[in-house]
Write a protein that binds this ligand. Structure first.
Ligand SMILES: Cc1cc2nc3c(=O)[nH]c(=O)nc-3n(C[C@H](O)[C@H](O)[C@H](O)COP(=O)(O)OP(=O)(O)OC[C@H]3O[C@@H](n4cnc5c(N)ncnc54)[C@H](O)[C@@H]3O)c2cc1C
Length: 239
């Protein structure tokens, strides 16, 4: 009995990226004996850093979301009962220089300040931004209830159904809409706005506005403002 129990409590996690490390830490917290293996010599995967000639570079991830109270990393660190990493709020989250322009478009952390900036930069586009804000509100609430997507088992399906609320259904008609389609639906043909969105979305979804799903963009473009917001984590230098 004891042997059987100890065997069932042992887990090997392949991959020490943020996903593997999070799974491993949560399993360890629940009493599992966890071994994490990675092909690389340092943990972190795409969220790791490397050093060259005295400089520290991010492998990939530079901006962290979910450190605010209720955010995913905040919840995980709370469950693990360890302090959040030292982090600096990103404000602006991005300073976007459009081709040929010398002044950046600043994506401010404060929602009102960002609204004023975009109204000045892209006159007439506010209904589009308000739609994004509405979709973000509904889908963020849905995501915060921990649905499993796509569902691959009955348990997953149960989690998904439990996360749905009436306002979630307001996002459904937009499931297959792209940002480019919605810009055209609003009659927004402004080249500067399209270029700005292309540049931002290539950063967050690796494709431009014509290929980015509207629901994904609603989250990616809205999470930079409070009460959410992006952070830079302080790098812990390895010797
Ligand atoms: C350029 C770039 C910029 C990004 N910017 C941001 C950002 O600003 N903010 C943000 O939130 N996200 C950003 N991301 C995304 C984010 O970095 C990733 O989504 C996240 O780090 C992925 O974590 P993961 O654990 O799922 O996978 P990975 O980080 O890929 O980790 C997988 C790990 O598994 C290991 N592994 C794979 N196969 C094996 C094997 N067979 N045996 C042993 N080990 C194996 C790998 O070595 C790796 O360490 C960025 C990504 C990139 C590439």
């Amino acid at each position: 009995m004891q042997i059987g129990q100890s065997i069932s409590k042992r887990v090997v996690v392949i991959g020490a990226g943020i996903g593997g490390l999070t799974a491993a830490a949560l399993l360890a917290r629940r009493g599992y004996s966890v071994l994490v293996l990675d092909q690389a010599i340092v943990p972190g995967g795409c969220a790791s850093t490397f050093q060259r000639k005295g400089f520290t570079f991010d492998v990939g991830a530079t901006q962290v979301a979910g450190l605010e109270p209720g955010g995913i990393h905040h919840r995980i660190f709370s469950e693990l009962e360890i302090d959040l990493p030292a982090a600096t709020p990103c404000d602006p989250a991005c300073a976007v220089y459009l081709p040929g322009e010398t002044q950046p478009i600043s994506v401010w952390r404060d929602p009102q300040r960002w609204q004023a900036e975009r109204q000045q930069q892209f006159p007439g586009s506010e209904p589009f931004w308000q739609l994004l804000a509405d979709l973000f509100r509904h889908s963020w609430a849905f995501q915060s209830r921990d649905p499993v997507l796509p569902p691959r088992s009955l348990w997953d399906l149960g989690r998904l159904v439990q996360a749905v609320r009436p306002d979630t259904l307001l996002t459904v008609p937009h499931t297959f809409t792209t940002v480019g389609q919605m810009l055209r639906a609003y009659g927004l043909l402004d080249r500067r706005l399209k270029t700005f969105l292309d540049m931002q979305l290539k950063l967050y979804s690796q494709v431009d506005a014509d290929q980015t799903a509207l629901l994904y963009a609603a989250t990616a473009l809205s999470v930079s403002q409070e009460p959410q917001g992006l952070y830079h984590c302080r790098v812990v230098c390895r010797s």
